[in-house]
Each structure stands twice: as structure tokens, then as C-alpha cells.
Design a protein around this ligand. Structure first.
Ligand code: FAD
Length: 328
């Protein structure tokens, strides 16, 4: 018996969510008294196995084949399916990245089991030993805890940033098992001809330590320039509520919340954001929250560590000037 984490890598770099899942996976495997296995799929990726062990894995299964160099649904599904049928993991955890969201359901269907997508909490039921998978339901108005009592493995995807990164322990040792996967070219129905990276300035708000977020209260696209300036001064990035994204003031990559990204920066500054439950779902784990809002009764104020009641167009320029003066 084992808890598996599918450790996603791209271009030979581990995705942060893989390590976050190892932290949670460690806790679950200890509650069940079973080992924690990281499954690494790709080509020439064995070098990443040690990082997975340092972050909590007891063993790493490396599935290698040149045909697995780039992600394809068929390639990855076939490779993992074979080994999962053989080894019968109790639980499989996958990051809810673009790749994970494609792979998870396909793999679950092949293994004839269920999958709970976009979980925000995972635990073990003390009596039944079933995995308790919690996720927002009904537009985020309630949290549903889902079990998969009759089928194995129990499968869940979890968005990046939901669980904290575990601290690496350099003394940890584990077993690395490399398997040369037998896979034929005909099995893979899609051909990756080339990977074209977008030239847009891609930002990853899930990695940022400081996020300055703007909502409908910013009022227009130009207002976001002020947020960019503050974010830049603080070494952070700009986030947004869905209202601001829908208004076209900033790209979807910046959206925080249930249908955006889940973030847990050291500092989150919410400017002109009311604090709807769907927004809070993506940022309430931030270490320190400052809310700037005209309305002292806005819901964001109840979760803020510091609430500033005022007009963003008065508060922010003052704040920016103070920080500039401090830096000079
Ligand atoms: P509003 O709620 O309109 O709040 C604007 C705030 O700005 C108000 O509190 C107001 O007092 C303040 N304000 C106005 N002018 C000023 C000023 N000059 N200075 C200071 N304060 C000012 N939302 C998300 O953010 N992320 C999601 O991922 C998301 N997913 C959703 C998924 C579903 C299924 C649904 C139904 C909704 C989702 N929403 C999401 C939308 C969410 O319900 C809210 O509508 C949205 O978060 C509101 O954005 P807002 O706070 O910017 O705007």
C-alpha cells in the first residue's frame, strides 16, 4: 500500500505543486501507516528524484522513455496506468495544472475509479481510513467533503498554492526505481511538433511573495498602473478580482480566486475588492492581508490583518510616496 504523488516536471524542472503535494502526501501516508511514493514521468528526469526524496517521498518511481519527453495524454496515461494496476496505490494525488487536469480524469477512467478535482483540503477519516477530499461546491457557497469508499485508488487533483511547501530535509534517503517504459509510437495519437512559448510577459502570481490586487473599485485599466508601481516597489506582482479581469482591465493570468489562482504570499494588498467568498477562497491563506476599501463593512475587512478605510486614489499615491521616500 502506498500514497502516490504524480510529480509533474516540464523541461526537466519540477513544478512547485509536486513538492506541495509531497508535504500533504507525507501527512496522509503517516496517518495510514504506508509509504509515500513520487511518480516521475519523462525522459532523462532521474536527476530530479533526490529533490522529491528530500521533500518527503520514501521512494521514487521514474518512468522513462524518449516518447515521454513531452507530455501527451496517451503517453503519460498508458505509462502510469500499467504501473498503477500492478502496484495498486491507495491514493493518487495530482497537481491541478493544465497537464494534471488533463491527465487526472483520463487516468481515473482507465483505473475505473473516481476523482475529486480542485481539492482545497485532504485528510484521512479515522474510522474508515478513507481519503476525505474537500472542495468548494455550488459556486463556492459551501465546502463539500467527498469520499470514494468503494473504489481504489482514491484520486484527487489539487491546485498549486493550496498546500504549503514542505521544508527539504537533506538527510532524508529513499529508494529510486527506474523503469524503462515500453511504449510504442502508435499508442500516442497526438504528435508534439514543436512547443512555442508565448512572448507575452507571463507572470506566475502563485510564486509571488507580495501581491497587490485590484478589484472593481479601481474603476479603470489606467488605475492598474498605480498597482503595478506599488507592486514593483515591493518586489511583488499584480493580482486582480474576477470583476477587474472581466472588465478587461488586466489579463486572466492575474485572477485570484476560485476560478483564478490560489495564492499564499507573505503580503496581500487588496485594493477596491469587496471580498466575495469566491475571491477569499484564493487568498485567505496569505500571511498578512491589507485591505484598502471605501466601505468599512466590506467582507474583506473581516479577514484583513489591517484594514484601511479610504479611497484607493487617495491612499495608494500616499503609500507609494512614503515607500519611495523610505527607499531613497
Ligand atoms: P465588487 O464586489 O463590486 O467590490 C468592489 C469594492 O470596491 C467594494 O467593496 C467597494 O466598496 C470598493 N470600492 C469602490 N470604489 C472604491 C475606491 N475608489 N476606493 C476604495 N474602495 C472602493 N471573483 C474573484 O475575484 N475570483 C474568482 O476566482 C471568482 N470566481 C467566481 C466563480 C463563480 C462560480 C462565481 C459565481 C463568482 C466568482 N467570482 C470570482 C466573482 C465574485 O463573486 C465577485 O463578483 C467578485 O469577486 C467581485 O469583485 P470585486 O470585489 O472587485 O468587485
Amino acid at each position: 500500500m502506498s500514497v502516490w504523488v504524480i510529480a509533474e516536471q516540464r523541461d526537466g524542472y519540477l513544478q512547485k505543486v509536486a513538492l506541495e503535494l509531497l508535504g500533504k502526501g507525507r501527512e496522509l501516508s503517516e496517518k495510514l501507516g504506508v509509504k509515500l511514493t513520487a511518480v516521475l514521468v519523462g525522459y532523462e528526469v532521474e536527476k530530479l528524484a533526490n529533490t522529491l526524496i528530500k521533500h518527503g517521498a520514501d521512494e521514487v518511481i521514474v518512468l522513462e522513455n524518449i516518447l515521454l519527453k513531452n507530455y501527451t495524454t496517451d503517453g503519460y496515461t498508458n505509462a502510469i496506468e500499467k504501473i498503477a494496476i500492478e502496484r495498486k496505490p491507495e491514493i493518487i494525488l495530482i497537481g491541478a495544472t493544465n497537464i494534471g487536469r488533463d491527465l487526472g480524469p483520463r487516468l481515473a477512467a482507465r483505473l475505473k475509479t473516481g476523482l475529486t478535482a480542485d481539492c482545497t483540503g485532504l485528510d484521512i477519516d479515522e474510522n474508515t481510513k478513507n481519503l476525505l477530499m474537500t472542495r468548494p461546491a455550488f459556486g463556492g457557497n459551501l465546502m463539500a467533503t467527498i469520499e470514494c469508499p468503494n473504489h481504489r485508488p482514491q484520486m484527487a487533483t489539487v491546485r498549486p498554492g493550496v498546500f504549503p511547501l514542505p521544508c527539504p530535509d537533506d538527510r532524508r534517503e529513499g529508494r529510486i526505481e527506474k523503469i524503462d517504459v515500453k511504449i510504442k509510437e502508435e499508442e500516442i495519437r497526438t504528435v508534439v511538433e514543436k512547443i512555442v512559448k508565448s512572448l507575452d510577459e507571463k507572470i506566475d502570481i502563485t510564486e509571488a511573495k507580495v501581491i497587490v490586487s485590484g478589484g472593481r473599485g479601481i474603476g479603470n485599466k489606467e488605475g492598474f498602473e498605480m498597482l503595478k508601481e506599488l507592486a514593483h516597489l515591493l518586489g511583488g506582482v499584480v493580482g486582480a478580482s474576477r470583476a477587474a479581469v472581466d472588465a478587461g482591465w488586466i489579463g486572466k493570468d492575474h485572477q485570484v480566486g476560485q476560478t483564478g489562482k490560489t495564492v499564499r504570499p507573505k503580503l496581500y494588498i487588496a485594493c477596491g475588492i469587496s471580498g466575495a467568498i469566491q475571491h477569499l477562497a484564493g487568498m485567505q491563506e496569505s500571511e498578512y492581508i491589507i485591505a484598502i476599501n471605501k466601505d468599512e463593512n466590506a467582507p474583506i475587512m473581516s479577514i484583513a490583518d489591517l484594514g484601511i478605510v479610504g479611497d484607493v486614489y487617495k491612499v495608494l499615491p500616499e503609500l507609494i510616496n512614503e515607500i519611495k521616500a523610505y527607499k531613497d
